[in-house]
Design a protein around this ligand. Structure first.
Ligand code: AMP
Ligand code: MG
Length: 399
């Protein structure tokens, strides 16, 4: 038996390369991984500008007490520049975002003034109030997004605000997915007695896509040695990672093993975890191979624990594990010491802060537990039963 964290370390040690970089349009870059530090080519904002709609004036014209009256000499919409100089006793009506006219350093919000004709009466405000300063968001030359960052909507906006149209990202990792076993039927096709519909391929495709990879669906392979050898070899030529589900514990166990030994290498691990104990990890040439368990929850969980960190490392991400938090268990949790257990949980805020309960029955074939849940509850190896009120680790689903 190996521990979950040993298994992860062993797999990550085998990932020594990163996919090549490519330039793509920002509009297609959601979820991609930045391949180089991104530096700002100029200050953002590029000049001092007004934070409100109001009146811009020189600081010397701010009355110490009471009100002062100024002469309005121009109207300045956002996107235009005031060419002149604002002298003592003068003000410019200014819109949010418009650059501050020369001679001004303060803006009085329009709600605070009284306007009559070309005269405006203003109250006292702090010097420099309501002005956004040049470079206050980003300084020219500063690294605004670090290499290895997964691009979210806010990063795409930031990149566009720098005037760029293309961004250098890592190529997507290609992941080939096959289901194994004569008992597995294709959805949409008739199902013979004793057969079940293939769900794993579809959950795994979703997991690969959600993790920013390219899922290549290679269908179902029957338990026939030559067919398995050809299909696995072909898959390894087309992808950086090959996944199978099923056949690791029993059934075609020996087939997968024999075939992998012929065309690559393979280890079978008993991982001290629940669910999803048996796991095959190997290589076909440069391609990583994972034989995931057949049970639907176990295959998703082993993907999350072992495949996704490898995929993220290959894709050049800096963070290869999703964030974990703590929450208060609101129900008793059965737990065997000596293994790491993963329960599907429902995380919500309650009287004790973040609280978590299970989704109900936790069998590794109960896929509805993943559907009802929004997180994993993680109970470490050395812990036993958890009583209500105790704190546990939770990992919100990333997908
Ligand atoms: P195995 O790992 O092949 O022993 O399979 C363990 C359990 O997972 C069995 O109940 C299988 O029927 C089920 N299973 C295997 N492959 C799939 C699949 N692709 N989709 C859904 N269930 C599967
Ligand atoms: Mg099987």
């Amino acid at each position: 038996m190996i521990r979950v964290q040993e298994g992860q370390a062993h797999i990550l040690a085998q990932v020594t390369s990163v996919t090549p970089p490519e330039f793509i349009p920002i509009a297609q870059a959601l979820g991609r991984v930045l391949a180089d530090d991104l530096q700002a080519p100029f200050d953002v904002p590029p000049s001092d500008n007004s934070a409100v709609d109001g009146y811009a004036l020189g600081s010397a014209d701010i009355p110490a007490v009471g009100r002062a009256t100024l002469h309005v000499i121009a109207d300045l919409p956002a996107g235009s520049l005031f060419e002149g100089f604002v002298k003592a006793g003068q003000a410019v009506r200014i819109m949010t975002g418009a650059p501050m006219p020369a001679g001004t350093a303060t803006v009085i919000p329009q709600e605070l003034v009284e306007r009559s004709g070309e005269a405006v009466s203003i109250p006292t405000v702090a010097k420099g109030a309501n002005v956004r300063l040049r470079g206050e968001d980003v300084r020219a030359g500063a690294v605004v997004i670090q290499s290895g960052t997964g691009l979210r909507p806010q990063e795409l906006g930031l990149i566009a605000s720098l005037g760029l149209t293309q961004v250098l990202v890592r190529q997507k990792v290609r992941v080939a997915i096959l289901s194994t076993g004569d008992e597995v039927a294709e959805p949409g096709q008739p199902r013979r007695p004793g057969q079940i519909y293939d769900s794993n391929r579809f959950s795994l495709r979703g997991l690969v896509d959600a993790a920013g990879g390219v899922a290549m669906d290679l269908g179902i392979v029957p338990d026939i040695r030559d067919e398995l050898r050809t299909r696995l070899f072909d898959a390894s030529c087309a992808a950086e990672i090959v996944l199978t589900s099923g056949g690791v514990s029993v059934g075609i166990y020996d087939l997968v093993k024999d075939v992998l030994l012929e065309i690559g290498g393979i280890d079978f691990w008993q991982v001290a975890m629940q669910p999803g104990r048996p796991l095959a990890v190997g290589r076909i040439g440069e391609t990583l191979f994972f034989g995931l368990p057949g049970n639907p929850v176990a295959s998703m969980l082993t993907f999350m624990l072992f495949v996704r960190p490898a995929l993220w490392k290959l894709a050049g991400r800096r963070e290869i594990f999703p964030p974990q938090f703590t929450a208060v268990a609101t129900e008793p949790l059965r737990k065997k010491t000596g293994r790491r257990e993963f329960k599907r949980g429902i995380l919500a805020s309650g009287p004790q802060g973040w609280e978590v309960r299970t989704t109900g029955p936790q069998g590794s074939g109960i896929l509805t537990s993943m559907v009802a849940g929004n997180c994993l509850i993680i109970i470490e190896e050395d812990r036993g039963d958890v009583r209500p009120g105790e704190t546990v680790l939770v990992e919100p689903f990333w997908f």
